[in-house]
Design a protein around this ligand. Structure first.
Ligand SMILES: [Zn+2]
Length: 429
């Protein structure tokens, strides 16, 4: 069983010896030392038949003349329906190794960034190892490795390098595989081997499942009583090496992004670029919640604006003035003296005008007035009824026809005297 005489140069032997030693650990085979200090590999029971009934092999498989050689072991490995398990030797194994790199990326004004849940998931890649033999002599030339995903896609060299897959440590307690998946994975991995050395003779050896850590988390930004979350995921190794960086915080109200995170005065977490100061209240708010007052030109909270019912302009509600005649708040630009433009634009209206018919329908007593003038704004009808001696002013809501103001005057006084609401029914019916 000894192939020492057929041994080629020492280079492949060292490489293969090294690989075998690695395999024993990755397959979980037991190694023990005897009294004389020689290490022995215990051959698992089902494989002894293939190794001539041998129970143990010296760890330096090339050293003994009477035991199976590395060549025999390699052949056995090629038939194994088992996989070795390994992980990149340098990859991070705990979330704590990653958090400083995450947190340092952000500046949180008057608050902090925390990990709102983070997991390190083991994602499998497959490595098939094969032995290339000389076409002529059949002598072993070298080992080749080929990586693929479990779906059978080739792993790009750039990804191999970035995950440090050139230095794999045996994994004694690998994640559990879904039942029945292993045979498929082994076949998938071995399918890729021929491409590792085209036109050469390759014997499949062992397949290694390489478990790479993938990090998923939610970053939680907390400022006062406000919180916001940002999901992030990456290969853990990428985060350590700087190949991946945490993303900028994205404001969900404005979609603007930054590594600088702030809270508005109304309790929203966002980025400074998305905020502005309301010129009326001095509050720091989302820029999108501001609008321009068309009277003063100031940028203010949209809620502080009201539409002038005459001009339609958006004006600070606090800037509206009340018309002395109809009592409606309007923009100063819609006023002339003490009266609004609508009150100054009262026009004669026929009793059968549809608008009058609607108003009479709700307030039948108004029909006793013989002459009417009418004006309207976006929200109200302003009506003035006349008889020989008196005038009645009625302001009603255009939608509900609810009365908003009643006043009367005589031709002598010409001044409008408000009628108390409790007396309105006498005039309206
Ligand atoms: Zn008016």
């Amino acid at each position: 069983m000894n192939h020492r005489d057929a041994t080629p140069t020492s280079q492949p032997i060292e490489e293969i010896d090294h690989f075998l030693t690695w395999c024993w650990a990755a397959l979980g085979w037991e190694v023990a030392s005897d009294e004389s200090g020689v290490s022995w590999l215990r051959v698992p029971e089902p494989l002894r038949v293939d190794l001539g009934g041998c129970e143990a092999i010296p760890v330096s498989a090339t050293a003994s003349a009477n035991t199976p050689s590395w060549m025999d072991i390699l052949q056995v490995l090629g038939k194994l329906d088992r996989a070795a398990h390994a992980a990149p030797a340098s990859q991070p194994t705990s979330v704590h190794q990653l958090t400083p790199r995450l947190f340092d990326a952000y500046t949180v004004e008057a608050g902090r960034v925390m990990l709102g849940g983070g997991t390190l998931e083991d994602l499998p890649l497959l490595r098939a190892t094969g032995l290339v033999r000389s076409e002529e002599s059949g002598e072993p030339l070298r080992l080749v490795h080929r990586f693929s995903t479990i779906e059978g896609q080739t792993v790009e060299p750039k990804l191999l390098a970035s995950l440090h897959l050139d230095d794999l440590a045996p994994l004694r307690r690998p994640p559990r595989l879904p039942p029945g998946d292993l045979p498929t994975w082994l076949a998938t991995a071995r399918m890729h081997l021929p491409a590792a050395a085209p036109d050469e003779r390759i014997e499949p050896l062992v397949v290694t499942i390489v478990w790479c850590k993938y990090f998923r988390c939610k970053l939680t930004f907390e400022i006062g009583d406000a919180r916001a979350e940002l999901p992030f995921s990456s290969w853990a190794q990428w985060l350590i090496d700087g190949d991946a960086s945490p993303p900028p915080f994205r404001c969900r109200h404005t979609d603007r992004e930054s590594f600088h995170v702030v809270r508005t005065d109304d309790g929203l977490i966002t980025v400074p670029e998305a905020t502005a100061i309301c010129e009326q209240t001095g509050r720091r708010v989302l820029e999108t919640s501001l609008a321009t007052c068309e009277l003063t030109g100031r940028r203010v909270l949209r809620d502080l604006l009201a539409a002038c019912p005459i001009s339609g302009q958006q004006v600070l509600a606090s800037e509206l003035v009340t018309c002395a005649m109809c009592g409606q708040p309007v923009s100063p630009k819609s006023m002339a003296g003490q009266q609004c433009h609508a009150c100054r634009a009262l026009r004669n209206v026929r009793r059968d005008d549809p608008r009058m018919a609607i108003v009479f329908g709700s307030h039948p007593k108004l029909e006793q007035w013989s002459r009417w003038r009418l004006s309207e704004t976006a929200t109200v009808y302003i009506l003035r009824g006349s008889s020989f001696f008196r005038q009645l002013l009625v302001v009603v809501d255009r939608e509900s026809l609810d009365p908003l103001r009643l006043a009367e005057s005589t031709f002598l006084s010409r001044r409008w005297s408000p009628i108390a609401p409790e007396l309105w029914h006498e005039s309206l019916g």
